[in-house]
Design a protein around this ligand. Structure first.
Ligand code: URP
Ligand code: ZN
Ligand code: ZN
Length: 469
């Protein structure tokens, strides 16, 4: 079946031009003018941008965490993602110490395969490195196409790994062609500060932020970057929230280390004061790392603009306020960490970034799609509009205004972290491998139609476009 998208403005990380797009067998078959012959369906994109589908490199769907399970699974989470202009996600597969890594991967396949409506891959958590893990990693890279491994430097006694584990993961990743991702906060220092706060009777949500100061993020980021330098490996720092961490990434890149950084919409538009909302509502804004003092937002925007940070993830990790966030009433350490963002990442970033002149439209595409595809072994299949690429397309009205609200969003969660925020720009139709998932703002996809993404080894495809400084 051939489809033709006409009259739209195609935008990639490098270009912006008017052309028609011919889709055949799920791929982009031709780009140009007067391609109108033979298409069974013609889609008029007049006045709209035609973007490559967003890629969200950081999601936690159907994940046990904080004594509960995230409220969005692979069905509701990927439907919401599609509404928001995202056509691929890479979700974090949690592992259990002492168990074969392949068991965890099997569990994640079971959670996702009959539910996902868009394409999806997995990162794999590493919490220990022993002979069994060292044997399994190359097989997982080869057979599962999982080419990124996540190490937590925080969440003591839950996920936290020690420096030896991080270092050995970096060495293994270098040997086999994978990217190491870190949650960079100093978990030991946080644990000390948290216990002190509780002993002093400080139990409100704001103490979540006050016991995780920016210095603990800066310290862990710098440590991970230095270990990467020693290992000669490659590192991706997830959810960068503050100036201290940006400085460490920048410093490492200036030394020639292969280090990249991701931030998230919540750190660009929300701040620490939200944790002080009355009636325990501050719990809605509990993330790790925490929201920071407002001045950090400008630092993060500038870092995205000048290339010190390279990507935007959602860190989708939704918990209902009722019954889930409420687990932390009277003890902030029991508030499950995370929030619902998957649906808003793309349009919020367009509105706050492109519309407000903070980044160019090509940078927008690079940061929400292209660079992510390059770093995580999906390019050029995903992340761009080019002949031969998957027809993952977002037809986007750049002038449509709307107000974000839990009343209208599609995530399976009872609040929005961005409630009442006005955004300009909205996905109208979204195609995954040439099939509509969202058509004129209506979901028309099918659970189970999303395909599992085996990804290429780090560095085996086109290198990230920029030269590491
Ligand atoms: O608070 C957060 N970020 N929750 C999700 C888990 C993680 O650390 O990424
Ligand atoms: Zn994290
Ligand atoms: Zn996360």
């Amino acid at each position: 079946m051939k489809k033709l998208i006409t009259n739209g403005t195609i935008v990639t990380a490098a270009d912006m031009y008017e052309a028609d797009l011919l889709i055949e067998d799920g791929k982009i078959a031709a780009i140009g003018k007067n391609l109108g012959t033979g298409a069974e369906e013609v889609i008029d994109a007049r006045g709209a941008y035609v973007f490559p589908g967003g890629i969200d490199p950081h999601t936690h769907l159907d994940m046990p965490f904080g004594g509960t399970v995230t409220s969005d699974d692979f069905e509701t989470g990927t439907i919401a993602a599609a509404y928001g202009g995202t056509t691929s996600i890479i979700d974090f597969c949690l592992t259990n110490k002492g168990e074969p890594l392949k068991n965890a991967i099997q569990t994640w396949h079971e959670k996702s395969k009959s539910k996902a409506v868009i394409d999806y891959g997995f990162h794999l958590m590493i919490s220990e490195v022993n002979e069994q893990v060292l044997e399994e990693i190359p097989l997982i890279i080869e057979e599962e196409g999982i080419t990124s491994f996540k190490v937590f430097m925080a969440y003591k006694n839950v996920f936290q790994a020690d420096d030896e584990t991080l270092f050995r993961t970096l060495l293994t990743a270098k040997e086999h062609g994978a990217l190491v991702m870190v949650h960079a906060e100093n978990g030991d220092v946080i644990d000390f500060l948290v216990n002190k706060a509780l002993k002093e009777g400080n139990t409100a949500p704001i103490y979540h932020a006050l016991t995780r100061p920016p210095e603990v993020e800066g310290e862990a980021t710098g440590r991970a970057a230095q270990l990467t330098g020693i290992a000669g490996s490659q590192l991706y720092v997830v959810h960068v929230s503050c100036a201290e961490a940006v400085e460490k990434i920048d410093e490492a890149r200036k030394k020639g280390y292969q280090v990249w950084g991701e931030t998230c919409p919540q750190y660009l538009v929300l701040d620490q004061s939200y944790l002080e909302k009355p009636n325990f509502e501050g719990a809605k804004y509990v993330w790790s790392p925490p929201l920071r003092e407002k001045w950090n937002q400008e630092v993060l925007w500038n870092a995205l603009k000048n290339g010190q940070l390279q990507t935007l993830g959602s860190d989708q990790c939704s918990f209902n306020f009722k019954g889930q966030k409420e687990l932390g009433v009277g003890d902030f350490t029991k508030i499950p960490n995370g929030g619902p963002i998957i649906e808003d990442r793309f349009s919020l970033f367009f509105s706050e970034g492109v519309k407000k002149g903070r980044i160019s439209i090509n940078q927008f595409v690079d940061i929400v799609s292209t660079r992510i595809a390059k770093l995580f072994g999906l390019f050029p299949r995903k992340g761009t509009i080019a002949v031969g690429s998957d027809a993952d397309i977002v037809i986007f009205d750049p002038n449509k205004e709307r107000v974000i609200s839990a009343e209208t969003h599609h995530m399976n969660v009872d609040y929005s972290a961005f409630e009442g925020m006005k955004v300009t720009g909205e996905p109208i139709s979204v195609l995954s491998r040439g099939e509509f998932v969202i058509r004129e703002k209506e979901f028309v996809g099918k659970p189970g139609s999303g395909q599992y993404l085996k990804r290429a080894r780090f560095g085996s495809q086109e290198k990230p476009a920029e030269k590491v400084r």
